[in-house]
Design a binder for this molecule. Structure first.
Ligand code: SAM
Length: 251
């Protein structure tokens, strides 16, 4: 497994600048859920925290934050964005999750196959670990992509703005339930463009299968198609799951 091949500096910059809205909405959703339970302070652990957008939002609201991510470039941005947080480069499967109020894995984190251990059968031990780390009433908030994501999507898409151009090549293998995204990026640097390419492979999980594992781990599970009132992208499912240790209102 190689840490350095994914979300290297050019893609990390683009992700941070242009793809932060989902993490901002997830932070709002988490604040709403914690507020309902009267949890105004505590530790939030971000698995696959990326550039720390959610963590910064939570830190501004007075929570302590701790994040882990595979990408050195993204963790570098997170440390600058949120100096009060603690951020580590590493694989989430190896990360020792301390006792905490909430755990997040936002932005398809559990689908990524940067680490070959990210398979459906390995999610149960991870969910059990998260469950054990959460304090009573603690929340695990995350999202996944389901199979069918490439249906109706052009296999190649060209995106551009004033800072970069990107060619995105999608291919879904329905039998294997996997998705491959080839990302060719042209990042503007002065009068020139710097080209880089990354290939991301993801496992696609069905909502029901993930829900079953969460329940096996002990969680009270609620799925959602929106965070903070904003619809998630198609074939994306949000999970706001809670430890059953106290009586919770999940509406
Ligand atoms: C789409 S990004 C989302 C980042 C961030 N959570 C956000 O919403 O802005 C997915 C993130 O998951 C991280 N990731 C994927 N697999 C990982 C693993 N096994 N261990 C740690 N981080 C991982 C990637 O490096 C990347 O930062």
């Amino acid at each position: 497994m190689s840490e350095s091949s994914f979300y290297q500096s050019p893609l990390a910059r683009v992700h941070n600048q242009s793809y932060g809205q989902h993490a901002r909405l997830a932070a709002q959703e988490l604040l709403r859920q914690l507020g309902k339970q009267g949890h105004q302070q505590g530790l939030i652990v971000g698995l696959g925290c990326g550039s720390g957008i959610l963590e910064e939002a939570m830190s501004r609201e007075g929570y302590d934050v701790l994040g882990v991510d595979y990408s050195t470039a993204l963790i570098g941005i997170a440390r600058q964005r949120c100096p009060q947080g603690q951020f580590h480069v590493g694989a989430l499967m190896d990360f020792e999750i301390p006792p905490c109020l909430a755990v997040t894995a936002v932005g398809e984190v559990l689908n990524y196959r940067f680490d070959e251990r990210h398979q459906l059968e390995n999610l149960l031990p991870l969910f059990e670990r998260i469950y054990r780390s959460l304090q009573p009433g603690g929340i695990f908030l995350f999202d996944i992509i389901e199979p069918g994501i490439a249906d109706g999507t052009p296999p190649v898409r060209l995106l551009e703005n004033e800072h970069w151009d990107m060619a995105l090549n999608f291919s879904e293998d329905k039998n294997a339930a996997t998705l491959q995204r080839e990302i060719t990026l042209y990042l503007k640097e002065g009068a020139l463009y710097r080209k880089s390419k990354e290939v991301h492979r993801l496992n696609l999980y069905r909502k029901e299968a993930v829900q079953q594992l969460l329940e096996q781990a002990g969680f009270a599970v609620a799925t959602t198609s929106s965070f903070a009132g904003q619809a998630l992208r198609r074939h994306h499912v949000g999970f706001v799951v809670k430890s059953k240790q106290i009586n919770l209102n999940t509406t």
